[in-house]
Each structure stands twice: as structure tokens, then as C-alpha cells.
Design a protein around this ligand. Structure first.
Ligand SMILES: C[S@@+](CC[C@H](N)C(=O)[O-])C[C@H]1O[C@@H](n2cnc3c(N)ncnc32)[C@H](O)[C@@H]1O
Length: 391
């Protein structure tokens, strides 16, 4: 078979709908930065495209090519590689290309007929799929170099994916006419920070500037090394305390994932002061209210330490959501990930609407707070900044 004939055959199969997936590999030239290219059909707005997934040493890029334009794109890739493994509805084919572009085509019939999965993201719940090697996940030790998620890291992988889904839902609330400023407070090892950079910048093409902030110097240094190696040039990590971080005047999105205790509240207060359009925050351990609550009416429950702990956590998140509503957010408490995987399973999602609170909002909030006889950190922060009007 000649090279031209190979291209014709593949394009014909793309068009007739028998193509399932393919991997083009073995770069022809040593200098090539592109390691392999994966292909699959995807349906976008009722039109079939072939998705080219370019795997570079450290970066992954996607391009969806219309069938009318796929010939040139395919030829361009095949000219740079020596091998292709392709899967069609009824056969698997191993294609080898010689130095002079002679083609060897070895087909093997498959026992059962397959059909192509045309969804843009094959696993509905996973925006980052668990078979694709993502350079940042490999560097962070979540995936093995060939893209398998490590068993002991699967919960983390699930959490990252869930969070990225919420980020995806929030896209409509972010500005489109200028770079989007994002802060991840208490970023720690920064799985989430890297994931959101990868997803928003590399997959969605958004112009973003992301900062991860954490107290841990060594962890932050390591994150900066990884960001530099991966050429994530709009991503930086800073050592610091959320409470002292006043560098910004405006931020579009603030995220936190398991920032300890009142660190979450510090982040929420900062987000409000910066007028962040989107807040996504999964709180962590909560000790503040536990030590404050003093409510005889609730003693039947609170006399049990375990219940007091759980109640304090739920009361804290209720207070956070209520205060965010009072300062102009549409705030909801959503399930982050099911209890089976982590007990820290509430996500606070707040979109800024600017809606003015009614007098009853504050009255309702104060009644709840007074029942607990507590003085929540977030309330004090927002009050001192002049965001809360007393009832
Ligand atoms: C449980 S870890 C979560 C890390 C990361 N977000 C994740 O989900 O993998 C909490 C992080 O919050 C950081 N942290 C706690 N209080 C902080 C503060 N006041 N300022 C900055 N970082 C803080 C800790 O150093 C820690 O790395």
C-alpha cells in the first residue's frame, strides 16, 4: 500500500463511521517534541469531528478537526511518525511506515463489533479521563508515566475531577474580555491548582493567571519547580498566610480545597473584598464553633461530643452560606464527593449577583448565630470590612 492510499483509506473510514480510535506513535525524527497523537471521533454540535490529542513531553493539546479538513491534518501527523494502531468497528489494524513511506497494513478481525463513543468526554463524570497521561498528574505522583491512576491516589483523582466539573459549570460567570485572575488558597501540594490550570488554560484555551498560596515553604518550592518544568507560565506559587495576603485588588475566582479550619473563612472574606465572581470552597476540619457553641436549648444533642463536632461543622457551613448571600452572592451548599470517599463532602459554591439582602436576611442570620451564642470569624471579618449592615 502507498502512503496516499493509506490516507484515503483512513479518511474513508472516518467518513463511513467505522473508526473507533487510533494512536500514532514512534516519532520519525529524534528532535520531535511530539511523542504521540491519539485520535478519536467526537460529536460537536451535531457534527462529527476527529479529535487529535497531541502528547508532548510535558504538555497535552487537543484539536477537533472537521471531516472535511481531516485529510491534511492526518497526513501532516503521519508524515512525522512510523507507526499507527487503529481500531475500527470490526477490526484492529497495525500500520507501519518505512523510511520511504511504504506502508505495511496488518489487520486482525475482532470477535465482537464495537461502536464509536462520540461523546466529547467519554466518562461523563471525568473531565480528566483516567486513561490519558496528564504531565502534571504524573509529576504530582497521581498517575504512573503511562497514565494509569495509582490505586492509592484514586480518591484524590476523583476529588480533582469533581472540582474541575464545578469549575466547568462556573465558566459562564467568568470574564471573557480579559485575563481571568484565580487564587487557590491553602493550595498545599496543589493538585487542584495544576488541574484547574490544565483544564482552563490548556484544554479550554482561557487566558488565566493563577496563584496558589500556602504556608508550607518546601511544598511551594516544589510546586514552582513543576510549574516551570511544565512551562505553565501563568501559574505561580507563593509562600504565605492567607490572612496577610493583600496583594490583589480584584480577583475573579477564589478556590479552596480542604483549607484548614478558619483558613476557609479567611479565603471567603478575601474573595468578598475582591469582588470575586466565583467562589468554590470545600472546607476542612472545623474547630472554631466547636469551642464557642453554648446553647442550652441544644444540650440534648450537644452533650454528645461526636454530634457536637458534626453539628459545629454543619452550622459553620450554614453560616458561611448565609453570610455570602447577605453580601450579594447566590450561595449554595452542594455535595462535593460522596461520603464513601471523604467525609469532607460539602462544597460552598457562590456566584456574585450583587443582589441586596433584605432586612429579614440579617435578622434570620443573627437569630441562628445567637442561638449558638457564637461569634463566627467570617462575620467579624465582613463586618470590619463594612460589608454587613446590622439589623
Ligand atoms: C489539607 S491541606 C489541603 C491542600 C490542598 N488544597 C489539597 O486539597 O490537596 C490544607 C492546606 O492549607 C494550608 N493552610 C492552612 N492555613 C493556612 C493559612 N492561614 N494560609 C495559607 N495556607 C494555609 C496548609 O498549609 C495545608 O497545606
Amino acid at each position: 500500500m502507498q502512503f496516499e492510499e493509506l490516507i484515503d483509506t483512513l479518511v474513508q473510514r472516518f467518513n463511513e463511521g467505522s473508526f473507533i480510535q487510533a494512536t500514532i506513535s514512534q516519532p520519525r525524527y529524534k528532535s520531535s517534541e511530539l511523542v504521540k497523537v491519539k485520535l478519536k471521533p467526537v460529536q460537536l454540535k451535531n457534527e462529527i469531528h476527529i479529535q487529535f490529542e497531541y502528547h508532548y513531553e510535558r504538555i497535552l493539546k487537543h484539536e477537533n478537526v472537521k471531516l472535511t479538513e481531516v485529510r491534511a491534518a492526518l497526513q501532516q501527523q503521519l508524515e512525522q511518525f512510523k507507526q499507527m494502531q487503529a481500531e475500527f468497528t470490526a477490526e484492529k489494524v497495525h500500520i507501519q511506515l518505512t523510511k520511504k513511506f511504504k506502508v505495511s497494513w496488518k489487520a486482525e478481525k475482532t470477535a465482537t463489533k464495537k461502536t464509536a463513543d462520540l461523546s466529547h468526554n467519554r466518562k461523563k463524570n471525568y473531565l480528566l479521563d483516567d486513561e490519558t497521561p496528564y504531565p502534571f498528574l504524573i509529576r504530582l505522583g497521581v498517575q504512573t508515566p503511562d497514565g494509569k491512576v495509582k490505586k492509592q491516589k484514586y480518591d484524590k483523582f476523583r476529588q480533582i475531577n469533581r472540582f474541575v466539573e464545578y469549575i466547568d459549570d462556573a465558566l459562564a460567570h467568568l470574564p471573557k474580555d480579559r485575563p481571568v485572575r484565580i487564587l487557590d488558597f491553602g493550595s498545599g501540594k496543589s493538585y487542584l491548582t495544576f488541574a484547574l490550570y490544565h483544564y482552563l488554560h490548556l484544554e479550554k484555551g482561557l487566558d488565566i493567571r493563577v496563584t496558589g498560596l500556602d504556608l508550607k515553604k518546601e511544598v511551594i518550592e516544589e510546586c514552582n519547580v513543576i510549574a516551570k518544568d511544565l512551562e505553565y507560565d501563568q501559574l505561580e506559587f507563593l509562600v504565605g498566610d492567607i490572612n496577610d495576603y493583600n496583594e490583589e485588588t480584584a480577583v475573579d475566582m477564589v478556590v479552596t480545597l480542604h483549607a484548614c479550619d478558619v483558613a476557609t473563612d479567611m479565603a471567603l472574606a478575601r474573595a468578598v473584598k475582591w469582588g470575586a465572581k466565583v467562589i468554590l470552597s470545600v472546607p476542612c476540619c472545623q474547630h472554631e464553633l466547636f469551642s464557642q457553641i453554648d446553647s442550652p436549648a441544644l444540650d440534648v444533642m450537644l452533650q454528645h461530643g461526636l454530634l457536637k463536632e458534626r453539628f459545629s461543622a454543619l452550622a459553620t457551613d450554614s453560616i458561611r452560606a448565609e453570610l455570602l448571600s447577605i453580601v450579594g452572592y447566590d450561595a449554595q451548599l452542594l455535595e462535593f464527593i460522596d461520603m464513601e470517599h471523604t467525609p469532607k463532602n460539602i462544597l460552598i459554591r457562590a456566584y456574585y449577583t450583587g443582589k441586596k439582602p433584605t432586612a429579614e436576611n440579617m435578622v434570620k442570620y443573627e437569630a441562628f448565630r445567637d442561638l449558638l451564642n457564637a461569634k463566627p470569624f467570617l462575620e467579624t471579618e465582613l463586618e470590619e470590612a463594612g460589608y454587613l449592615v446590622r439589623s
